[in-house]
Ligand binder design. Structure first.
Ligand code: COA
Length: 375
């Protein structure tokens, strides 16, 4: 039997707080006119107290799951693509796994900056197609506002927070993920990076005072790189899928800069109405930008069963990639019974997590005491 990997659920979560260009112009020397004309961004979402990469990811994941006939316990794999993880470790994906109650799933974070969601989707799809797993949850989640230098006008106007998730399921029905292109060029790593906090530059007073824990970027170099790779990766992935460009109903590009997307459209000879654009409302949410754009496109009925889609991204690393898929999921509304199930599942996942933590404390006390006794 030939196996295929289909997207059967999708969900997004963004913080309520909107930060407008107008507000930014009171924080740094910039203007709404400059930001809109250079990037297409009008506003972005910013996390508040108590929100984090894991909380956004878990919310998006729960919303995606509720659209499917799966429960969290049916998931074999949880991947969180992120450039702003909750911690260096444990992985954000493990916190999401616990929060959802995905008790049978392996979980790991994927670090490929803004290309992470495409790579995660391809990894999960290949694991499904080869028969290694049946069900996966792939999430792109970011709180880049926590990594931005709010005094650097060259970067702070660009980024925003949010999360988007896809559930992938095995099927015998042809379609789903058709092909992927994954590329990297580490020689360009320094043009977009958060230099400190890892093993190269561990945290010291000096790294903090030099702001080495915030995003450093050479905007012009990134712009040149992005316009070079977007069209090429799209062409290659379409060819690998055995399709022609004019068979692609919709391209869902990484939302980094409207001018970069327009340049890719020109390079491909495709009209802009074939590209999903929502950068005006969210800015660059890195690995979350493609699933968020996909969720909004689905909500607005822009993606229909049978459509051929290309997802294409570039980012720090340097990394870039594209994925072609045929959409087969029905445009189903979530029945109220599933919403109730989500609330019940979330409640039991929380209870389970608390119980497991208590058991761990008790085990620690018992084993700790007995090892002292051994001494
Ligand atoms: N407001 C006002 N002026 C700004 C500004 C801001 N927020 N940010 C930079 N400027 C200034 C610069 O200081 C420069 O001034 P100067 O000419 O006096 O030195 C001028 O605007 C032009 O800067 P430049 O960097 O050439 O602008 P640009 O047209 O390349 O646009 C970016 C800058 C960052 C918008 C653009 O380079 C870009 O989008 N790059 C890609 C970034 C990206 O996508 N990163 C994430 C990848 S996943």
């Amino acid at each position: 039997m030939t196996r295929y990997a289909h997207v059967t659920g999708w969900g997004m979560a963004v913080p309520d707080r909107i930060l407008t260009n107008e507000e930014l112009s009171q924080m740094v020397d910039t203007s709404d006119e400059w930001i809109v004309s250079r990037t297409g961004i009008r506003e972005r979402r910013i996390v508040g107290k108590g929100e984090s990469t894991a909380s956004l990811a878990a919310e998006a994941g729960a919303r995606a799951l509720v659209r499917t006939d799966l429960s969290a316990g049916d998931l074999d794999l949880v991947i969180v693509a992120t450039a702003s993880p909750e911690h260096l470790f444990p992985a954000t994906a493990c916190l999401v796994q616990d929060s959802l109650g995905a008790t049978n799933a392996g979980a790991f974070d994927l670090s490929a900056a803004c290309t992470g969601f495409i790579i995660g989707l391809n990894m999960a799809a290949q694991a499904i197609i080869t028969g290694s797993i049946d069900n996966a949850l792939v999430i792109g989640s970011e709180t880049l506002s926590r990594l931005v230098d709010w005094e650097d006008r060259g970067t702070c106007v660009l980024f925003g927070d949010g999360a988007g998730a896809f559930v992938l399921q095995a099927s015998e029905r042809p379609g789903g993920v058709l092909s992927a292109v994954m590329r990297s060029d580490g020689s360009g790593g320094s043009i977009l990076s958060v230099p400190a906090g890892g093993s190269r530059y561990p945290t010291t007073h000096e790294t903090v005072s030099k702001k080495m824990h915030t995003i450093h970027m050479n905007g012009r170099d990134v712009f040149r790189f992005a316009t070079r790779v977007m069209a090429g990766a799209t062409r290659e992935v379409v060819e690998r899928a055995g399709l022609e460009l004019d068979e692609i109903e919709l391209v869902i590009p990484h939302q980094a800069n409207k001018r970069i997307i327009e340049s890719a459209a020109r390079g491909l000879g495709l009209p802009m109405d074939r590209f999903i654009l929502n950068i005006d409302r969210y800015g660059n949410t890195s690995s979350a930008s493609i699933p968020i754009a996909a969720c909004e496109a689905l909500e607005r009925g822009r993606i229909r069963a049978g459509d051929h889609l290309v997802l294409v991204a570039f980012g720090g690393g340097l990394t870039w990639g594209a994925l072609a898929m045929q959409w087969v999921a029905p445009e189903a509304k979530v029945p109220p019974s599933r919403r109730r199930r989500r609330a019940v599942t979330a409640f039991f996942a929380r209870v389970r997590s608390v119980v497991r933590r208590i058991i761990r404390i008790i085990e620690g006390l018992i084993w700790g005491a007995s090892s002292h006794t051994d001494d």
